[in-house]
Design a protein around this ligand. Structure first.
Ligand code: FPP
Length: 265
């Protein structure tokens, strides 16, 4: 876990919930506490309209705005958005630059309203590897909103589950070598406590837009028991109605966490 992330997760409302083990929802709760979204389809949305791919990413910001507004109204406490993966650096340089510029624009333009609406921004990923300007803007937004409690907005930036696990294992090994941790004590909670999401409940629902059925290196550990919902809708078109559809489907699912159906007990 990076210093950045451990600092930002401390004291969050979600921090009271131990991470790392499959959890049944709190008594009677039918909606997800934590929703994670793979925002796919920006490029196709733009190409189908004869626009440059970057226009799709820009339109994607509008979708982010709609969803962030809707989440607390729908009882969601944590929203995690896959904004830039460790693999996205492989895209054409112009597209990477445009995404980085959008990130700065997002932090500068949206932070006032996010702050007013009680949204706390956190970052999951190798933030230290972002370009200096992006890192500074993101850290400023995180700092500015750190006291907010209405919604936690996790931006997964330069994020990949494999990298996250490597970082966690290195941090654990460092503690072992320092004599702070006995290897025999390492368990699933130890791993979870060294992920970027330390202290947060695992996602209950993972949504993927754009119609493809894969996790793309997103929250592989944390999503072990998440419900998955895929929609063909491209991210720039995603709105509150689609989120409500996902929540309605989630409410119909029976989460068993490896157990047996309630009626089979
Ligand atoms: C995937 O669509 C989307 C991304 C790689 C980036 C998502 C980014 C945004 C929604 C905007 C930037 C966010 C912030 C917070 C500044 P794709 O391009 O792979 O779409 P395709 O599959 O149709 O090509």
């Amino acid at each position: 876990m990076s210093e950045t992330n451990s600092r930002y997760t401390n004291g969050s409302p979600a921090a009271q919930v131990p991470a790392g083990t499959p959890q049944a929802p709190a008594g009677g709760r039918s909606g997800p506490r934590h929703v994670a979204i793979i925002m796919d389809g920006n490029g196709r949305w733009a190409t189908e309209r004869g626009l440059p791919r970057v226009a799709g990413h820009r339109a994607g910001i509008e979708a982010i705005r709609r969803v962030v507004k809707a989440c607390p109204e729908l009882g969601i406490e944590i929203l995690t958005l896959y904004a830039f993966s460790t693999e996205n650096w492989k895209r054409p340089r112009d597209e990477v630059n445009a995404l980085m510029n959008l990130l700065v624009e997002y932090c500068r333009k949206e932070v006032d309203e996010l702050d007013r609406n009680g949204v706390r921004i956190q970052v999951l990923g190798r933030v230290a590897e972002l370009p200096e300007l992006q890192r500074r803007e993101v850290e400023r937004a995180v700092e500015r909103t750190r006291h907010n409690r209405r919604l936690i907005l996790n931006l997964a930036l330069n994020y990949g589950s494999h990298a996250e696990l490597v970082d966690a294992f290195k941090a654990i090994l460092a503690r072992v070598l320092a004599g702070e941790l006995d290897p025999s004590q390492i368990d699933e909670q130890t791993i979870a406590a060294h992920l970027y999401t330390a202290g947060m409940p695992d996602p209950d629902l993972v949504i993927r837009t754009g119609g493809e059925y894969r996790l793309s290196n997103f929250l592989l550990w944390q999503a072990a028991y998440a419900e998955l919902w895929v929609t063909p809708v491209y991210w720039p078109e995603f709105d509150r109605c689609h989120l409500e559809q996902a929540l309605a489907e989630y409410a119909r699912r029976e989460r068993r966490f490896g157990g047996v159906p309630a009626r089979g007990r």
